[in-house]
Write a new protein. Structure first.
Length: 298
């Protein structure tokens, strides 16, 4: 059996300075295609978007940290679900009893508005595969459906030890590594709410339009992620930009607090490092509202 994989990515960064501080805006689109991917790119538009973000955040003030409602932007905002919930749903974590989701299949872990999917079959997507690294065909795997935990992501060892079907999720960077269960294109499915409706329900909170980097403990789901572009929400309206915000919490505790899910699903390319090396994955979500989360600031 053979499998030919092509990935193309474009990375752009724009740095703004006021003589005392600097701030960098980034855009990093990618797809599972060859040079034809670049024909569809609009580099000037990406540069304008990144540059405007850098200028807005350079002059922004700092947010005061506390627990508050947060509306998260679509696309790369899905990195929190990927890190804090996706990894603990891999059988590599389940079989080692190092996940808060051990023994939770069939349990309600979120509100009915929440459905999450890992799909290895999306045409030309950055995280798609033709066959996994154990020779199993990929599939669309519903992880959470209307708040109910439906499935884990499995490789052959995980499938046997945990007692769940194969999902075609065994992946590795190269032959240096043994394949283990890993994510592919992982996203929270689109809901019915509009961004405007979500913002209007918040008296005082944060609009985290674009997420940055962060860290997570896969065993506990504890995460800490920086907000690359954020705005204060005041009396149901988006107000001034703020920087220095971080979102802090535990994935399995945040899931039940997602009360509204938007209709603007978007996915974004990324690289994921774990036991079997660094592999291409996509993360994604529509805009969504978390009723309360700890926001770190100054």
């Amino acid at each position: 059996m053979q499998d030919h994989r092509v990935h193309s990515r474009f990375t752009l960064s724009v740095t703004a300075s006021n003589g005392k501080e600097i701030y960098t805006g980034t855009e990093t689109p990618g797809e599972g295609r060859g040079f034809e991917f670049f024909e569809s790119l609009k580099p000037f538009d990406l540069a304008i978007r990144a540059g405007e973000r850098a200028l807005r955040m350079l002059d922004a003030g700092y947010i005061k940290g506390k627990k508050m409602p947060v509306v998260m932007g679509n696309g790369f905002g899905g990195v929190i679900f990927h890190e804090a919930c996706g990894h603990p749903l891999e059988t590599e974590a389940i079989r080692k009893k190092s996940s808060p989701f051990v023994g939770k299949l069939g349990s309600k872990i979120g509100q009915e508005c929440l459905t999450a999917i890992d799909d290895g079959t999306i045409p030309n997507s950055w995280g798609s595969i033709n066959v996994d690294d154990e020779g199993t065909l990929p599939q669309k795997t519903v992880l959470i459906e209307n708040g109910i935990l439906k499935s884990y992501l499995s490789d052959r060892i995980g499938s046997m030890e945990v007692g769940v079907p194969l999902t075609g999720s065994a992946r590795r960077e190269s032959y240096i590594y043994a394949p283990v269960s890993r994510m592919r294109n992982t996203y929270i499915a689109a809901g019915k709410d509009s961004l405007e409706d979500m913002i209007s329900t918040v008296e005082e909170g944060l609009y985290a339009l674009k997420m940055g980097g962060g860290s997570v403990n896969p065993a506990t789901g504890e995460f800490n992620f920086a907000v690359e572009e954020g705005y204060v929400i005041r009396k149901g309206k988006i107000a001034e930009p703020v920087r220095g915000a971080t979102l802090i919490g535990k994935g399995h505790e945040v899931l039940p607090l997602i009360s509204m899910v938007g209709n603007d699903l978007e996915i974004a390319a990324g690289m994921c490092g774990a036991a079997s090396g660094s592999i291409p994955v996509t993360v994604g979500q529509p805009s969504l509202k978390v009723d309360e989360i700890l926001v770190g600031g100054r």
